[in-house]
Ligand binder design. Structure first.
Ligand code: FAD
Length: 413
């Protein structure tokens, strides 16, 4: 059979955005997914285009805080004991990424990708007529007391240096002018007015997929087992017949490293499992995204309902979900928002595809020059999908990438 021009593996937000960007460059693209559009992390996330989040998770001093979080059963971080040894090499790299030199470079790389992603999203919204699915309601990052607020200011100074607008609020009354109904323990906040979100991440990904199909793109079901390049042709092994392509993009989220390994590329991708509960319409009159950074969760508006979620569980791809983590977050949200109606919620767990330095993998495979990688966006895949798509579209079509790509190189470890 004639080889495809370009195959993208993965129909999450990164794969669909990438396929669309390649199609807009006049290329013929087929997306393969074992399940369908937005079947995994892109389905149930918090829906935030978190352009202000340029600070990597691996910040200096984070390893001193981690044991406290791990010992707190209500805390934002958990590692199932049976997975502790497996995750150790990734944690070591995470720790190394928190050293001052690498951390500083990661902030700059993250800020560059965010700036590109923001403008790329505006282009994507216009090109796909998707404005009805986007909100610009801003975000409140909340602090309990002046000490916590002051401790956060170094990060905000870095954000401001990268052009991110943020307004300090220093009383419960000032916070209430933006969002009513918060417990008075939240005395301080930073408000980022430019923060955007989608009305629903699944609906947004579906919308982009529909636009891709209307433009002549194909989305097919296939579970890809391995990837190999012979000469200029890439062969994908699946449960059925092998599939051939001239170019392949791997955008398979938290499973991408397994496919990379079949070509001999070793990439330290792990999953940070996250949890949430989506409450029906009327649960709370939410006016902006609420971020409880000290507790590792956010409250966002999804459709007419409210989604409460976050947490990090370093537990791998195979073990069953621990939904008590979603219960814990919902209980905390009820304390922080006394008028929140917690009835009727639906729980969800998703696999964030996470690199130890919080930067995604965007670039060409070291072993197969016809294979590109677009994965590992951790907490920010929705936010950075449009920017990632423009970079990959440039690399595959041999045009100049819109930003320097070396910080995201698959070979950086
Ligand atoms: C609780 C939670 C909240 C979050 N909130 C936000 C947020 O507010 N903003 C934000 O920017 N990010 C957020 N994220 C992160 C975001 O969801 C992810 O970074 C993003 O969805 C990753 O997209 P992806 O396309 O790379 O992967 P996925 O959406 O996981 O898609 C990967 C696709 O690849 C397919 N696949 C995998 N292996 C194969 C194979 N071998 N063959 C064929 N198909 C395969 C899967 O079926 C899947 O459809 C959150 C994540 C979680 C868990």
């Amino acid at each position: 059979m004639k080889p495809h021009d370009i195959i993208v593996i993965g129909a999450g937000i990164v794969g669909v955005s990438t396929a669309l960007a390649l199609q807009m460059k006049g290329r013929s693209v087929c997306i393969l997914d074992r399940s369908g559009v937005a079947a995994e992390a892109s389905r149930g996330n918090a829906g935030a285009f978190a352009f202000a989040d340029i600070i990597p998770l691996a910040t200096p001093g984070i390893m001193r805080k981690a044991p406290k979080w791990l010992l707190d059963p209500m805390g934002p971080l958990s590692i199932p004991p049976a997975y502790a040894l497996k995750i150790a090499p990734w944690m070591l790299r995470f720790w190394r990424a928190s050293w001052a030199d690498r951390y500083g470079a990661a902030v700059t790389a993250q800020a560059d990708l965010m700036a590109l992603s923001r403008s790329a999203l505006v282009r994507q919204i216009a090109a796909t007529k998707g404005a009805d699915l986007i909100r610009q309601d801003g975000q409140l990052e909340l602090y309990e007391g002046e000490r916590a607020f002051r401790a956060g200011q170094a990060g905000w100074a870095q954000r401001r240096a990268h052009g991110i607008a943020a307004t300090p609020l220093q009383s419960p009354e000032a916070i209430a002018a933006i969002q009513k109904g918060l417990h008075r323990r939240f005395t301080h906040a930073m408000f980022t007015p430019d923060w955007m979100s989608t009305t629903d991440p699944r609906v947004w990904t579906d919308h982009l997929a529909q636009q891709f199909c209307q433009g002549g793109g194909v989305i097919a079901q296939a579970d890809v087992r391995s990837v190999a390049q012979n000469g200029d042709i890439v062969t994908l092994t699946t449960a059925n017949d092998p599939i051939h392509a001239k170019n392949v993009v791997i955008a398979a989220g938290a499973w991408s490293h397994h496919l990379a390994a079949t070509m001999g590329d070793r990439i330290p991708l792990e999953t940070e499992r996250g949890y949430n509960t989506t409450l029906p319409a009327g649960a709370f009159d939410l006016r902006t995204q609420l971020t409880f950074g000290g507790h590792g969760f956010v409250v966002t508006k999804i459709g007419d309902g409210v989604r409460v979620g976050g947490a990090v569980e370093l537990g791998g791809l195979k073990r069953a979900p621990t939904y008590k983590r979603a219960d814990i977050l919902l209980r905390k949200a009820a304390q922080f928002l006394p008028e929140l109606n917690t009835n009727g919620g639906a729980q969800w767990m998703g696999f964030r595809p996470s690199m130890p330095d919080s930067l995604p993998v965007i670039g060409r495979s070291a072993r197969c020059d016809k294979v590109h990688y677009a994965f590992g966006h951790g907490h920010l895949g929705l936010t950075q999908a449009a920017g990632t798509a423009e970079i990959i579209a440039a690399l595959v079509t041999h045009t100049v990438a819109p930003i320097l790509t070396s910080p995201y190189a698959p070979t950086r470890f």
